[in-house]
Design a protein around this ligand. Sequence first.
Ligand SMILES: [Zn+2]
Length: 223
Amino acid sequence: MHLWSLPPRLHILARRLTQAPLQRAFLKMRVLVITGAGVSAESGIPTFRGKDGYWRNLDPIKLATSEAFARDPELVWQWYYERRERIRNAQPNAGHEAIASLAQCADEFLLVTQNVDDLHERAGLAKAEMVQIHGDIFVTKCSRCDFEQEHEQDQNGVPRCTKCDALMRPGVVWFGEPLPARETERVENYLQRDSCGVVIVAGTTATFGYIIDWALRAASSSK
Ligand SMILES: [Zn+2]
C-alpha cells in the first residue's frame, strides 16, 4: 500500500516524480492523485483559507455561496472576473508538470482536483484523466436551466442566460452545494474498476470527508 500525503511544497513532489526509477515503478500501476489549493498556491493563486484569499476585506468562504450570489450577484461576479484574470496570468508550476508527466507513465491515471483553475490542463494533462470535483471557474452556467458556456469573453456585470434570461453564475461548486453527480460517478467508477497501486494526496488539508474517503479507499484497495 502506498498512500503519500505530501506537504503543500510541491517542488518536493516534483523532484521525486521526475526521477526515472520512480517513473519506471509507476509504469504498470493504476494511479490516483488528489490535489488541492496548495498546488496552485505555488503559481500565485491564493487559497481560500490563507490571508491572501481575502478580497476587498471579504471572506471567500462567505462569498462562494449561493446566499451571497442571491444577495449581491454583481459583487460575486466581480470577484470571479478578477480570479479568472489572475488565473489567466498565472503559469503551471513544477508540481502541475510532474503530475502531467506521471500521468503519461502510469498504466491508468486519474487526477481528482479540488481546484477550479485550468493549470493542470495547461501543464498537459488530458481532460479525460482529470475530474474537477469543485467545478471549472471558466464555465459560466445558468442558475435555472442547463445552459452553459466555456471560456466566453468576460463582461462587466451579471451575464444573463440566452435561453431563459435567468442570471448566469460561475460553474463552480459553492459551499453547501452538492458535488456534480457526473464527476462523482467518474471517481467512483475509477475506484471500483480495479485497485490502485499508488495514491498521492498533494496540496490539500483534506477538509472534505469525501476527499479523505476516496484517498483511503483507493489506498486500502491497493496491493
Ligand atoms: Zn437558462
